[in-house]
Design a protein around this ligand. Structure first.
Ligand SMILES: NC(=O)c1ccc[n+]([C@@H]2O[C@H](COP(=O)([O-])OP(=O)(O)OC[C@H]3O[C@@H](n4cnc5c(N)ncnc54)[C@H](OP(=O)(O)O)[C@@H]3O)[C@@H](O)[C@H]2O)c1
Length: 257
C-alpha cells in the first residue's frame, strides 16, 4: 500500500520547503519527493538538513539542502539562486519556517524583544520568503504557494499574543497575495494546524499533557506531521486548481468555520 497519496502533476516540479529541516516541513519534503518533485529542503541547522537530505537521497529522491535563515533577505536570495542553478525555478513554495518560541504572557507583561522576535520569525520570515520567490513565479505565470499559520492565529487561546498575531498576519498576507497574483496564475493558500506532535513537541510533552490536549479536539488525538503534509500537497497540486486565498484548518475539529 502507498504511504503517500500521489498527485501526478507534482512529478518533476521544483519545490522549496522552508522549515524543511524538522517536524512538519521535513515530512512535507518526504511527501513531495514521493510524488516525484525535486525538493530543496530549507533550514538553518546544517546537521539536521544533512540527515534529512541524505535519508531522502538514499530513497531515490532528487533533493538538495539549502541552509538559509528566512529572516535574512540576502540569505533567501542566495538560496533562490542556488536552487534555480541546480533544479530550475521554484514551482511549489512551502513557506513553513517559524515557531512558537515566545513565552505566553499577558500583553502588558509581554517583553518587546519577545514580540519583535515572534513577528520576525513568523510573519516577516514568511513575507521575505514570498518576496524572494514571487518575481520568477509572476514572470513564468505559474506557481503554487502554501503558507503556515496556526490555530493560535485563528482564535484567542493561551498561546503567546505575539505568536498568535504573527500567524494571524500570515493568514491576511496569504489572502492579500492571492488576490494580487491570481491574474498571474499563481495560487496562494495557507495551512493552519493545531497541536501537531513533532519530534520537538514530543520531547517536551508528557503523556498526561498529550491526553489533555487531545481531548480538546473532537477527533480526540494530536495531529501528526503527515496530517499537515497531506493537506499542503493537496493545496499545491492541480487538484486544488480553483482554490486560492484559503486557510485550511488542520485541527481535528477544534475549529469549525
Ligand atoms: N507543531 C505544531 O503543533 C504547530 C501548530 C501550528 C503551527 N505550527 C507551525 O508549523 C511550522 C513548523 O513547525 P514544527 O512544529 O514542525 O516545528 P519544528 O519541528 O521546530 O521545525 C521548525 C522548522 O522551522 C525552521 N525555522 C524556524 N525558524 C527559521 C528561520 N528563521 N529560518 C529558517 N528556518 C527556520 C527550523 O529550522 P532549523 O531548526 O534548521 O533552524 C525547522 O526546520 C512553524 O511555522 C510552526 O509555527 C506548528
Amino acid at each position: 500500500m502507498l504511504r503517500f497519496p500521489i498527485y501526478p502533476d507534482l512529478a518533476g516540479k521544483v519545490a522549496f520547503v522552508t522549515g524543511g529541516s524538522g517536524g512538519i516541513g521535513a515530512e512535507t519534503c518526504r511527501w513531495l519527493a514521493a510524488n516525484g518533485a525535486r525538493v530543496a529542503v530549507g533550514g538553518r541547522d546544517t546537521a539536521a538538513l544533512a540527515r534529512i537530505t541524505d535519508d531522502m537521497a538514499k530513497g531515490g529522491a532528487e533533493v538538495m539542502a539549502v541552509a538559509a535563515d528566512c529572516t535574512d533577505a540576502a540569505a533567501l536570495d542566495h538560496a533562490r539562486a542556488t536552487i534555480t542553478a541546480r533544479f530550475g525555478a521554484v514551482d511549489v513554495l512551502m513557506a513553513f519556517a517559524g515557531g512558537g518560541t515566545a513565552r505566553p504572557a499577558p500583553v502588558h507583561e509581554t517583553r518587546e524583544d519577545d514580540w519583535r522576535s515572534a513577528l520576525d520569525h513568523n510573519l516577516t520570515a514568511t513575507f521575505l520568503t514570498l518576496k524572494t520567490f514571487l518575481p520568477a513565479m509572476r514572470e513564468r505565470r505559474s506557481g503554487a504557494i502554501v503558507t503556515m499559520a496556526s490555530t493560535a492565529g485563528r482564535a484567542a487561546s493561551a498561546a503567546s499574543s505575539a505568536y498568535a498575531s504573527a500567524k494571524a498576519g500570515v493568514i491576511m498576507l496569504t489572502r492579500h497575495l492571492a488576490q494580487e497574483v491570481g491574474p498571474f496564475d499563481v495560487r496562494v493558500n495557507c495551512v493552519s494546524p493545531s497541536a501537531i506532535l513533532t519530534e520537538r513537541t514530543a520531547r517536551h510533552m508528557p503523556a498526561e499533557q498529550r491526553a489533555t490536549i487531545a481531548a480538546l479536539h473532537p477527533l480526540n488525538r494530536l495531529g501528526t506531521p503527515a496530517d499537515v503534509a497531506g493537506a499542503a500537497l493537496f493545496l499545491a497540486s492541480s487538484s486544488a486548481a480553483w482554490i486560492t486565498g484559503s486557510t485550511l484548518d488542520i485541527a481535528g475539529g477544534r475549529l469549525m468555520h
